[in-house]
Design a protein around this ligand. Structure first.
Ligand code: NI
Length: 226
């Protein structure tokens, strides 16, 4: 399931991020690519040890951990420290599936990549092309979101980034290991969670909502890995 989480960063935060990113040093994006990905990847990134990347990355982690929709949709167990990329002048990233396991330089801990995240830092009007194309069983999805919004998608998906033909596309991207490994289970839990929230609003004090919350917790307990 693809899930859009709007307004993870405020406009002011995006402005601050962009200023800091403009001033720092960018390197060839092949540094974090696997062997197959490196053949189709053409962009610029910040190195994992870049201090600006570490600082902004921490701000992103704080923001997503405070986003009820992000937490409900991802049920994160471990989050890889956010990375940053920039595409311009025709740069693109061809078809690939993200590496299944990542090891962060800072923590030396392994993260199984259940979900991939792209947080947009450029407004759609700032660049031509640059759509993130994600294939799933329902077909092809073209994603280009306002700055400060993010998309969550299963890391098992084949995806690519169309060439950026004018302007520049700046974003943050990262992966996470979910407490719920299977996408289908995670989707069921999210849909149940949303339905319970709706019931709370429609029928304040609903005892059925209490029963359903119990079922949510017991399903989570059945499937959780921490
Ligand atoms: Ni990718």
């Amino acid at each position: 399931m693809l899930i859009e989480v709007p307004n993870v960063l405020s406009r002011d935060q995006v402005v601050h991020f962009r200023k800091a990113l403009d001033k720092t040093e960018w390197v060839d994006g092949k540094v974090t690519a696997g062997f197959q990905s490196a053949q189709v990847k053409n962009n610029m990134q910040l190195s994992e040890n870049n201090l600006v990347a570490k600082d902004l990355g921490q701000q992103i982690l704080d923001a997503v951990e405070n986003s009820p929709l992000f937490v409900a949709a991802a049920l994160p167990a471990k989050i890889f420290p956010p990375l940053f990329n920039r595409y311009q002048g025709g740069q693109a990233f061809g078809n690939h599936v993200d590496n299944s396991v990542r090891r962060a330089a800072s923590t030396r801990k392994y993260v199984r990549t259940d979900l991939s995240v792209t947080l947009f830092l450029s407004e759609p009007e700032e660049y031509e092309g640059g759509e993130l194309i994600i294939d799933d069983t329902y077909g092809e999805h073209s994603i280009k979101l306002p700055a400060g919004h993010l998309i969550l998608y299963p890391s098992t998906s084949l995806h690519r980034l169309r060439p950026v033909t004018s302007g520049a596309r700046v974003s943050s991207f990262f992966w996470l290991q979910s407490m719920i490994r299977r996408d289908a289970h995670r989707s069921l839990l999210l849909n149940l969670d949303i339905a319970i929230q709706k019931l709370h609003q429609e029928v304040p004090g609903s005892t059925t909502a209490v029963d359903l919350t119990g079922i949510y917790q017991n399903l989570l307990r059945e499937w959780v890995e921490v």
